[in-house]
Design a protein around this ligand. Structure first.
Ligand SMILES: NC(=O)C1=CN([C@@H]2O[C@H](COP(=O)(O)OP(=O)(O)OC[C@H]3O[C@@H](n4cnc5c(N)ncnc54)[C@H](O)[C@@H]3O)[C@@H](O)[C@H]2O)C=CC1
Ligand SMILES: O=C(O)C(=O)CO
Length: 313
């Protein structure tokens, strides 16, 4: 069995060695331009078109992340990047849910305990206790109740928050009110005080975080966007902040990354910027999952994490 690896920034040696340890029967190699020797599987992030274009015989392409929007966009722009008919698989959790829980909880508590405002007050040397937010008036809405959203929801319930989620189909998550479908989006947004976005970026969800949506939230709402920058209309967030509709936002992802030096978010007193670090790929856990999926395919079983290319996630 031959496995190709390509990632623009990961250390390829540790992946080649790690995969070889997990799949002793496999020959693992780092793809180099011009390599058109046979392969059964490919592990990729931002693959050049020429890497996979003529490889319709692959048994699986493994995306080295949870979100596959970038690779599907590559395919739209340069057809052939993902040969037709080859299953595309993504990472499911592999340690990202724990990181995402930490990220979201950190900002939920920061906003709930008004730490963002105390930080601004400290800069003014201002000693001014603020009226605490009350949990019963601090409903948290999670858009996207998948692998990551469900675990974040459970962690927030355990902290005593009222939590609701919105997804494509109804979800059963203990202690969480489930809303689904576009028709129920207004009901989900109504009275949501803190909105967490964990949707995949698809043709249906791109630009979903716009001013019209923000106006449906409770006033002085908070936003945590840890999914994709393409979900957020950045100018609309600036307007919502100016109008007081949104009190503050924590943003991990941006329309253009890295965020341009002149971007207003950098210096906005009500915006926190992190450089797309909410949940990163953990090589060891990712390789365990990919190796298990390859074994499943080799034994005629069904691997997990297969992407529906039409749906976009
Ligand atoms: N900032 C970061 O570091 C990271 C960001 N991410 C982002 O998080 C996203 C979510 O990851 P997972 O939870 O693993 O995905 P998932 O596929 O398990 O969950 C997606 C959820 O979104 C819902 N959804 C999809 N389309 C919808 C629509 N049109 N209307 C309503 N609900 C819809 C689904 O029903 C599902 O509940 C990824 O696609 C990625 O973009 C993932 C990892 C790290
Ligand atoms: O896995 C993903 O989709 C990520 O965004 C990782 O940073």
């Amino acid at each position: 069995m031959n496995i190709l690896f390509y990632h623009p920034t990961f250390n390829p040696e540790s992946w080649v060695n790690g995969l070889a340890q997990r799949l002793p029967q496999a020959q693992v190699r780092v793809w180099q331009p011009g390599d058109d020797a046979p392969a059964d599987y490919a592990l990729v992030w931002q693959p050049p078109r020429e890497m996979l274009a003529n490889r319709s015989g692959l048994k699986g392409i493994f995306a080295l992340g949870a979100g596959v929007d970038a690779i599907l966009a590559q395919e739209r722009q340069a057809p052939g990047t993902l040969p037709a008919g080859v299953p595309l698989l993504r990472l499911e959790d592999t340690g990202m849910a724990q990181q995402m829980r930490e990220y979201v909880l950190a900002y939920v508590l920061r906003f709930f305990r008004r730490m963002d405002e105390y930080q601004l007050q400290q800069q003014q040397k201002q000693w001014q206790p603020l009226k605490p937010h009350r949990q019963e008036r601090f409903t948290i809405g999670i858009m996207g109740a998948g692998v990551l959203g469900q675990q974040v929801a459970q962690a927030l319930v355990a902290l005593g928050f009222t939590v609701r989620c919105w997804s494509r189909s109804p979800k059963q998550i203990a202690g969480v009110e489930s809303f689904h479908g576009r028709e129920n989006l207004p009901a989900f947004l109504h009275e949501t005080r803190l909105l967490v976005n964990l949707l995949p970026n698809t043709p249906e969800t791109v630009g979903i975080l716009d001013l019209a949506l923000m106006k449906q939230l409770a006033s002085q709402a908070y936003l945590i966007n840890a999914a994709r920058g393409a979900h957020l209309k950045e100018g609309d967030l600036l307007t919502a902040l100016e109008q007081g509709q949104v009190a503050a936002a924590a943003l991990d992802v941006f329309a253009d990354e890295p965020l341009a030096r002149m971007h207003p978010f950098w210096s906005h007193p009500r915006v926190t910027v992190t450089p797309h670090i909410a949940a990163v790929t953990l090589p060891s856990q990712a390789m365990d999952q990919i190796a298990a999926n390859i074994r499943a395919i080799e034994q005629g079983g069904t691997p997990s994490g297969q992407v529906d290319r039409e749906r976009g996630y």
